[in-house]
Design a protein around this ligand. Structure first.
Ligand SMILES: NC(=O)c1ccc[n+]([C@@H]2O[C@H](COP(=O)([O-])OP(=O)(O)OC[C@H]3O[C@@H](n4cnc5c(N)ncnc54)[C@H](OP(=O)(O)O)[C@@H]3O)[C@@H](O)[C@H]2O)c1
Length: 196
């Protein structure tokens, strides 16, 4: 799928911008990895970019979506620590890069390709990227810094809030969160919140 160049002055609908097309399989250059995509994640930043609401207009065309999961398909010169066939998740694939994850193959810098454990599904891997990194950033960049502390996560049933709870809990913090319903409280507790 590609997103054509958009006029930043308009908020355009998906059907006016996205096209299903055949592309040549991109080749990884030095420091890059080609990933055969199994699952692609959609984030608010993806549809905002597609709609022309962000500062960056695609040039020529853009394969959308930052996040995804799949298997390493080819490795460019100079890349170490990854092997062809290895399961991986990707983040921010479409940032300053033509090939996002809404395609059969994405070519991205190797530092955006992370090994995916066997017990984690492709769908989980494709949902980590932007929201989980945002949560880690909100915890100060290094979640281990909250070990032994009490952390308040606003909106613990949301995408970012969920990961913030999981990361803080994993780091050894006690987590208190806000929710708007009992059902959402169950979600937040399942993620590791002590109280809602
Ligand atoms: N998702 C991303 O990838 C991403 C990346 C960067 C930044 N962000 C930012 O991170 C924030 C959360 O994003 P998200 O994707 O996690 O959104 P989300 O899944 O929609 O969750 C938003 C949460 O905020 C709570 N909330 C909404 N209005 C509220 C209010 N007036 N008072 C208190 N709580 C309120 C909601 O609680 P209830 O459901 O209980 O009402 C919900 O749990 C947003 O500001 C977003 O712009 C998100």
């Amino acid at each position: 799928m590609v997103c054509e160049s958009s006029d930043l002055s308009e908020d355009r609908a998906a059907r006016d911008v996205l096209e299903l097309v055949e592309l040549d399989v991109p080749e990884p250059q030095a420091g890059e990895v080609r990933v055969a995509i199994s699952a692609s994640g959609v984030n608010p930043t993806d549809w905002k970019a597609r709609a022309g609401l962000t500062g960056r207009a695609p040039e020529d065309f853009q394969v959308p979506h930052h996040d995804g999961a799949g298997r390493v398909d080819a490795i460019g010169p100079g890349v170490t620590g990854l092997a062809v066939g290895q399961r991986v998740w990707l983040y921010l694939a479409a940032a300053d890069n033509t090939y996002g994850t809404a395609a059969e193959f994405a070519v991205v810098p190797a530092d955006k390709v992370v090994p995916l454990p066997d017990n984690a599904s492709d769908e989980l891997g494709a949902c980590l990227g932007v929201p989980a990194l945002t949560a880690a950033y909100c915890l100060g960049g290094d979640p281990s810094a909250v070990r032994g502390r009490t952390v308040l996560v606003a909106g613990g049933a949301g995408a970012v809030g969920h990961y913030a709870i999981e990361l803080a809990k994993h780091a050894g913090a006690q987590v208190v969160t806000t929710v708007s319903s009992a059902e959402k409280g169950e979600l937040a507790r399942a993620a590791g919140a002590t109280s809602c």
